[in-house]
Design a protein around this ligand. Structure first.
Ligand code: HEM
Ligand SMILES: [Cu+2]
Length: 556
């Protein structure tokens, strides 16, 4: 089926010579693998910075009357913290980072469709980060990562810098989306039909249109806010005829799909990790793939659940509530499929697997509080409280970040040729799991008791819960540092991994670690999906990949 059509997509079978010199090889590289690692390292640096800001928040909240920093500084700190984690850590790691490194290998391609565009996407990202942090010098944004007008209109000069920085990240995301979509449509190896693609590829396939479509709404909103702040054109200021609600619509039309940009790739990561370490075929391959599609489509129809308290017409609340609740169905299907994959498997509790199992536990809890929040009567009480903070961290930290950590432990050997320390990894996992739950579980209680979010001081009745949260947050920080130390330590000191340390079945594991810059000497052909552990590998044409035979070099 479709073999010829897929091949006709333009996989040239000769290989361009490898660029020489540090600058072309590692700095301005057009190799998807190097670009992927560049994204991961840069986002890793921002994880440390964003984590530092988080700890400043938790130190401030140790005492009911704050005292560690002024309320104004506190506003800047949590605004830059949230913006960092969403736009400079989670999205770049999952799309630019893992997406770039892993999926072209998994579909048997030599690179992405537009390598130069890929380089541009990456190089928009570090300047954006510098601009966001540079904004501290001129008064950082202070209205939260959501920057609602009118507050954001009154914000200090750095708010305009925030607009420009996030705009750059947005352009980068859009370009990455286009690049990935074309690559997945056109550059699959012969025989790699849609239903033979690894589930991580499916995850990127569904995320790419979200990156392309949703991000444009954000770009328009940011441009409007920037223009209003700098040139006074009244888009959002109600005293001049603008509409603050317009911002909320545009922002959430992007940011609800964006939460799926931050979780669908993670669904892809764990869908590779579970079968590999349970040594069982994935349960419900098609259900997992297609439920991602329905999540992506539904994800565009629910944005106003963030606006139930913004003065929405009552007849609109019901459809937004029901559509939001519907998302729980495809999400539940996935969770069921993963648990069924684990059921009865010979489970190997590697660190990657522990993080993936931890992900199911915490993400499910976050999904459940999401369904609570979808119910308008509940949301009217919980909106703007710490219950939201609890929900969003269960899905974004317990969900996305745990998935990212699982992916790091899983693919590090492919990226570097070395294994990470399992001992350090397990310490990191358990401290993470305990520290995470200890930090964010109490926030459900705070929220239900009425503690508002985004406050620098609070009613003394919440102090004990806040002290618990702050104390456990230090445990979580240590856990994250342990993994960062592990990453750095294992580059030189890690055990040699060989080409396939986990005995995994997708294509990237059938070639050397790290792969040659050209990925495959010969493009393989594929005759089944990779997950059937009882069958031989479903590939032809890989015989020479692990030998010393030269690759077929061609001129341009
Ligand atoms: C079953 C799935 C989910 C449902 C039904 C759901 C529902 C909701 C609702 C109704 C809100 C608005 C609450 C309010 O502000 O009053 C909300 C907030 C939020 N959700 Fe979810 N959610 C789900 C999954 C997710 C996932 C997977 C993510 C990210 C990976 C996510 C991230 C967020 C964030 C970041 C916010 C807070 C935004 C803010 O105001 O700062 N949610 N969710
Ligand atoms: Cu939402």
């Amino acid at each position: 089926m479709a073999v010829a059509a897929v091949h006709a997509g333009g996989i040239a079978d000769h290989i361009h010579p490898e660029p020489q010199g540090f600058v072309r090889k590692y700095l301005f590289s057009i190799d998807h693998k190097i670009i992927g690692i560049q994204y991961l390292i840069t986002a890793g640096v921002f994880l440390v910075l964003g984590g530092l800001l988080a700890e400043l928040i938790r130190v401030q909240l140790m005492n009911a009357n704050g005292g560690f920093m002024t309320p104004d500084t506190y506003n800047e700190v949590y605004s830059v913290h949230g913006s960092t984690m969403v736009w400079l850590v989670i999205i770049p790691m999952l799309t630019g980072g893992f997406g770039n490194f892993v999926f072209p290998l998994q579909i048997g391609a030599r690179d992405v469709a537009f390598p130069w565009l890929n380089m541009l996407s990456f190089w928009l990202f570090p300047p954006a980060g510098l601009m966001l942090y540079g904004s501290f010098l001129m008064g950082a944004p202070a209205a939260g990562w959501t920057e609602y007008p009118p507050m954001s209109l009154q914000g200090q000069a750095g708010t305009s810098m925030w607009c420009a920085a996030i705009f750059l990240v947005g352009v980068s995301s859009t370009l990455t989306g286009i690049n990935f979509l074309v690559t997945l449509l056109k550059m699959r190896a012969p025989g790699m039909t849609y239903t033979r693609m690894p589930l991580f590829c499916w995850a990127q396939f569904v995320t790419a249109p979200l990156l392309m479509i949703a991000t444009t709404a954000l770009g328009a909103a940011l441009a409007a806010l920037f223009i209003e702040r700098q040139f006074g054109v009244p888009f959002f200021d109600p005293t001049k005829g603008g509409s603050p609600l317009l911002w909320q619509h545009m922002f959430w039309f992007y940011s609800h799909p964006a939460v799926y940009i931050m979780i669908l790739p993670v669904f892809g990561i764990v869908s590779e990790v579970f079968p590999t370490f349970a040594r069982k075929p994935i349960f419900g391959y098609k259900m997992i793939a297609f439920s991602s599609c329905s999540i992506a489509i539904l994800g565009f129809m629910v944005w106003a659940h963030h606006m139930f308290t913004s003065g929405m017409a009552p007849f609109l609340q019901l459809p937004f509530m029901v559509l939001t609740m519907l998302i729980a169905i495809p999400t539940g299907i996935k969770i069921f499929s993963w648990v069924a994959t684990l059921w009865g498997g010979k489970i190997h509790f590697s660190t990657a697997m522990l993080f993936a199992i931890g992900f199911i536990a915490t993400f499910t809890l976050g999904g459940i509080t999401g369904v609570f929040l979808a119910a308008v009567p509940f949301d009217l009480h919980a909106h703007g409280t710490y219950f939201i903070v609890a929900h969003l961290h269960y899905v974004l930290v317990g969900g996305s970040l745990m998935g990212i950590f699982s992916g790091i432990y899983f693919w590090y050997p492919k990226m570097t040729g070395r294994l990470m320390s399992e001992k350090l990894g397990k310490w990191s996992f358990w401290l993470f799991f305990i520290g995470f739950n200890g930090t964010f579980l109490p926030m459900h209680n705070m929220g239900l008791l009425g503690m508002p979010r985004r406050v620098a001081e609070y009613d003394p009745q919440f102090q004990t819960l806040n002290r618990i949260a702050s104390s456990f947050s230090f445990v979580m920080t240590i856990a994250i540092l342990l993994t960062i130390i592990n990453v750095l330590y294992s580059i030189k000191k890690g055990k040699r991994a060989g080409h396939n340390p986990w005995n995994a079945r997708t294509l990237e594991w059938q070639i050397p670690s790290p792969p040659h810059y050209y990925n495959f000497k010969h493009i393989p052909s594929v005759f089944a999906n990779p997950y059937d552990f009882n069958e031989p590998l479903p590939y032809r044409g890989l015989e020479e990949e692990l030998t010393d035979s030269p690759a077929p070099m061609g001129a341009h």
